[in-house]
Design a protein around this ligand. Structure first.
Ligand code: NAD
Length: 456
């Protein structure tokens, strides 16, 4: 097994030089990163095309633009986020003042998945840099072209004692996990999330786990069905469904089922054409293993839209399966592909209890015009985050920390959330030496009485 202890040692040494704690140093690093992304726009789009057949439009909007927006937002706010901030002091601490000093952890390990191979490696890195850390990033082995380009981009602008990219698969990841990093930020599947947390526990390393799961999408009878159809089709089929927050399955109200399916069929044609398998812009499935796993679901329930695939280029067309229930194989795990199973309901209670009996989802989407239904669902179901009358869009806002809950993840990031994730909040009390409250000490006459009177 490879050994990364000398790399980590170099990073720790660099971190202790205190260079990364300087705000100007961090801003310069973010600007260098920004410039590098801009310079490499075309090579990045080419690499994403080679790895996943992503269209330039998708590559730009879901990978490059998100990263550039995040850098811009971070550069704008970093000064104020990084300042120690004063907080209130209770009367019991009279004479002193209280502060929170955001402090970088040190050397962070970032492990990224393949589905948005550039964005999901860089977005956490922005937080790590902003907070003043060094970082080692392990991008996915399943998207080798993008990962290699990303490694070149980083080594062109950063020395490895500050930011290093280590390419490789599971073994590399495990070798890195054996080291005593100061923070681990992992994006990936639930089973691997468990392995990461176990490895981190050995050295008591704090973790953020950005995981996945089955994200429900509910369409109530009073929804704007045409818009719902288009927004769900987009959120589900962008990146061929290989999106952690894609609607995994649909809960359709019985009354509007037929009408919605008709509109959904039209929405798919509008977005991806009559024959998506011939659409040169449609993303492919990342590997044969994932392709075969997805193909095995096609006989679940009743096929109503799509169902065709091309084993040569690993493409599966947008597909909808009706008459699905929780026992079907497709409902056992996150789908992560362009197949949408549909369950029906007549009472909202059925939906709430169905979802509540399963692991807490990463995202939830609800389409309804009713405020009461919205509040009911938001109050009764725990999930990471989501949208009312839209899908996936919440992920792009720097004001909404993004993450899961329960088995869909621990912690959150984006915007200030990223800075906070990679910072330890050091609480400091600055005490006055002008006087000394006597009754805090045990030798005061009637001390207990006085203390009780004071705090009344
Ligand atoms: P994965 O868990 O298989 O792999 C993620 C990373 O972990 C890769 O870099 C891989 O090399 C490494 N890895 C794999 N097995 C490992 C092991 N045994 N020990 C140590 N490291 C290991 O995930 P994936 O297939 O690349 O990505 C898809 C999953 O990621 C889906 O479940 C999806 O929901 C989730 N995801 C979550 C988010 C989010 O932000 N919450 C975003 C994208 C993807």
């Amino acid at each position: 097994m490879e050994n990364y202890s000398s790399l980590l040692e170099k990073q720790k040494l660099f971190f202790h030089s205190d260079k990364t704690k300087d705000i100007k140093f961090r801003l310069d690093a973010l600007k260098a990163l920004q410039e590098s992304v801009k310079q490499n726009e075309q090579p990045l789009m080419d690499a994403l095309k080679a790895d996943l057949n992503k269209s330039e439009f998708d590559s730009y909007t879901t990978e490059i633009m998100i990263v550039l927006e995040e850098i811009k937002f971070t550069i704008k706010h970093l000064q104020s986020w990084a300042k120690p901030h004063k907080v209130k002091t209770p009367i019991t601490h009279i004479g002193s003042t209280s502060y929170i000093y955001p402090e970088p952890y040190g050397a962070a390990l970032i492990i990224a998945p393949w589905n948005y191979p550039f964005q999901l490696a860089v977005a956490p890195l922005i937080g790590a840099i902003a907070a003043g850390n060094c970082a080692v990033i392990k991008p996915s082995e399943l998207t080798p072209t993008t990962s290699a380009l990303f490694a070149r981009m980083m080594s062109d602008i950063f020395p490895e004692e500050y930011i290093a990219v280590v390419q490789g698969g599971v073994e590399t990841s495990q070798a890195l996990l054996a080291e005593k990093f100061d923070y681990i930020f992992f994006t990936g599947s639930v089973p691997v999330g468990r392995i990461i947390m176990e490895a981190a526990a050995k050295n008591l390393i704090p973790v953020t786990l950005e995981l996945g799961g089955k994200s429900p999408c509910i369409v109530h009878h009073d929804a704007n069905l045409k818009l719902a159809a288009k927004r769900i089709a987009w959120g589900k089929y962008v990146n061929a469904g290989q999106t952690c927050v894609a609607p995994d399955y649909l809960y359709l109200h019985k009354e509007i089922k037929q009408e919605f399916i008709t509109l959904f069929r039209e929405a798919i044609i509008e977005l991806y054409g009559n024959n998506p398998l011939k659409n040169p812009e449609f993303t492919r499935i990342v590997s044969v293993k994932h392709f075969e796993r997805l193909r095995s679901f096609l006989d679940n329930g009743e096929l109503t839209i799509g169902g065709n695939y091309n084993s040569d280029n690993l493409m599966i067309e947008p597909t909808v399966l009706l008459n699905i229930n929780w026992e079907d194989p497709i409902m056992q795990d996150e789908i992560f592909g362009p197949i949408l199973p549909v369950m029906e309901y007549s009472q909202l209670d059925e939906v709430i209890s169905g979802i509540d009996h399963h692991p807490k989802p990463l995202a939830l989407y609800l389409f309804t015009e009713s405020d009461n239904v919205q509040e009911r669902v938001l109050e009764s179901i725990a999930f990471g985050g989501g949208c009312i009358n839209d899908t996936v869009y919440h992920l792009g806002s720097p004001h909404l920390p993004f993450g899961g809950v329960g088995s869909s993840g621990i912690g959150a990031y984006h915007g200030k959330g990223s800075f906070d994730t990679f910072s330890h909040e050091k609480s400091i009390l600055k005490q006055s030496t002008r006087f000394d409250l006597p009754f805090r000490y045990p030798n005061v006459k009637d001390g207990l009485k006085k203390v009780k009177k004071f705090i009344k």
